[in-house]
Design a protein around this ligand. Structure first.
Ligand code: BES
Ligand code: ZN
Length: 457
């Protein structure tokens, strides 16, 4: 194994150059004009996997292609442990472009950071695992298990195609566990095993008013304004204590145990650090809970975007014809996306302004996830983290969602080990996204060590 670790150390410069190549593809799954880039990125990734020595197939889907890459299977037929490594090559839209210090799809290295859209979420984290396997294969270090990389292009839009693919290909995806590096760690001295993720439901809420934009001087005052009406409607969804004011919203929420609350208190970042990082005057959230709890173990309703009327330079005196909000709810264990969708829609219809037509379009969803951090596989993962980072790892619940993990559990019956390498300051989903090169290297070492540790349990 030392040979593989030495190989990693010797090849960092090349790995970083290759990661730059990977980051150059504008693989934005949400934007239809990037379809050809998605295909090109999947093809590049597949040919890279083949170079490493993995048996690789690209599966086209109705959405974006799925890449499956396997370590060569032994011939003697004696069954070995099987693990999947999951990751995604799709990225979030890079907008607003003017806030980037360098173009989002021209990776730039500054100090120990690599800046590009997708650097941390998820190309860099995924690449750490690929490089670990490369190190084992190129140094003749025998892997104690069979690995299958499952790499999709629709994670950021709900993983619909992969969910279908799982059902039709479950026989070749049978495994003991899935390993995923697509989460975070609180800071560089705290590598982390994440044992809980929030779920999500998405809506687009539109209020339709007049049949066309109106002159606000001629007609304003005699007709309701959709932008104003939407603000008032949305304003009623949260009370002054930061609680979501939708009947039934908290009904199924699993309460936090006293033990978890105590653990949460020990984790960085402190509120003052968080406030600075986020650039806010004051933190805000549901009364009675700490920031760590609010960010990962409590449900939310957020506005992601608001659109109405004129958005260009200068003014334009109109009453807009419509107003639209993009809304998501984050969900915690025992809340079900379908039920939350139902009660949010029901409530919006109930409080709809009588002057408007209300349209609700439901988008992607993901169920919340929770797995016991005390099972032997989780303990093995903690040992690998400890050795690779030379620090004591922590247990986390996190606020983001990875839609496919509950599908893995349902279809394959296997749990996901979430071993994230992203830092809070990595700007995931934001301008100037970056990935830390020390985390990249430690992540590769963690991956090499992980397979040994997992096969000892
Ligand atoms: N890497 C994130 C998930 C994540 C973020 C986990 C932060 C833990 C902490 C992933 O790429 C992501 O952004 N997922 C989406 C899923 C959604 C579009 C269904 C998310 O959480 O918004
Ligand atoms: Zn993401």
């Amino acid at each position: 194994m030392q040979n593989a670790l030495d190989y990693l150390q010797r090849n960092q410069a090349r790995f970083v150059a290759e990661l730059c190549d990977f980051l150059r593809f504008p693989s934005v799954s949400a934007q239809p004009e990037h379809r050809p880039d998605m295909r090109a990125c999947a093809d590049w990734l597949a040919s890279h996997c083949r170079q490493i020595g993995l048996e690789t197939v690209v599966y086209p889907t109705d959405g974006h292609p799925i890449v499956l890459a396997k370590t060569p299977r032994g011939k003697n037929g004696s069954p070995r442990p099987q693990f999947l490594v999951y990751g995604h090559y799709d990225v979030q839209p890079p907008e607003p472009l003017e806030l980037w210090n360098s173009p989002p799809f021209e990776a730039r290295i500054e100090g120990r950071s690599i800046f590009a859209r997708g650097a941390t979420d998820n190309k860099g984290q995924l690449f750490a695992h690929l490089k670990a396997v490369e190190a084992c294969m190129k140094t003749g270090t025998p892997l104690p298990c069979d690995l299958t990389f499952v790499i999709e292009g629709e994670e950021e839009v709900g993983s619909r195609s992969l969910a279908e693919f799982l059902k039709s290909h479950h026989h070749e995806l049978d495994c003991d566990a899935i390993v995923i590096s697509d989460t975070g760690m609180p800071d560089q001295n705290h590598p982390a095993l994440t044992y809980g993720l929030r779920g999500v439901v998405a809506f687009e809420v539109t209020l339709h008013g007049p049949s066309h934009d109106l002159h606000s001087g001629t007609f304003g005052g005699a007709v309701d304004n959709p932008a104003m009406a939407l603000c008032q409607l949305l304003g009623r969804l949260r009370d002054k204590n930061g609680r979501i004011a939708i009947p039934g919203f908290y009904d199924d929420v699993a309460p936090l145990s006293a033990y978890e609350r105590k653990q949460f208190l020990r984790l960085p970042p402190k509120d003052a650090v968080l406030r600075k990082l986020l650039g806010v005057k004051r933190l805000f959230g549901e009364r009675g809970f700490t920031s760590a709890e609010r960010r990962s173990a409590r449900p939310t309703l957020e506005l992601n975007g608001l659109t109405s009327g004129y958005q260009g330079a200068g003014g334009k005196t109109i009453v807009p014809a419509w107003a639209r909000a993009k809304v998501t709810c984050r969900l915690v264990p025992r809340q079900r996306p379908a039920r939350i969708q139902k009660i949010v829609c029901r409530h919006l219809k109930k409080i709809r302004p009588p002057t408007m037509r209300l349209e609700i379009e439901s988008g992607h969803g993901a169920e919340p996830y929770w797995v016991s951090p005390s099972v032997p596989q989780a303990q093995a993962a903690l040992r690998a983290l400890r050795q690779a980072f030379r620090c004591e790892p922590v247990l986390l619940r996190e606020g983001g969602s990875i839609p496919i993990v509950t599908e893995f559990k349902k279809v394959l019956g296997a749990d996901s080990l979430l071993l994230g390498l992203a830092l809070p300051e990595d700007n995931a989903h934001a301008p100037n996204e970056k990935f830390d090169l020390d985390n990249f290297e430690n992540g590769q070492r963690m991956s090499v060590l992980l397979w040994q540790e997992l096969c000892r349990v």
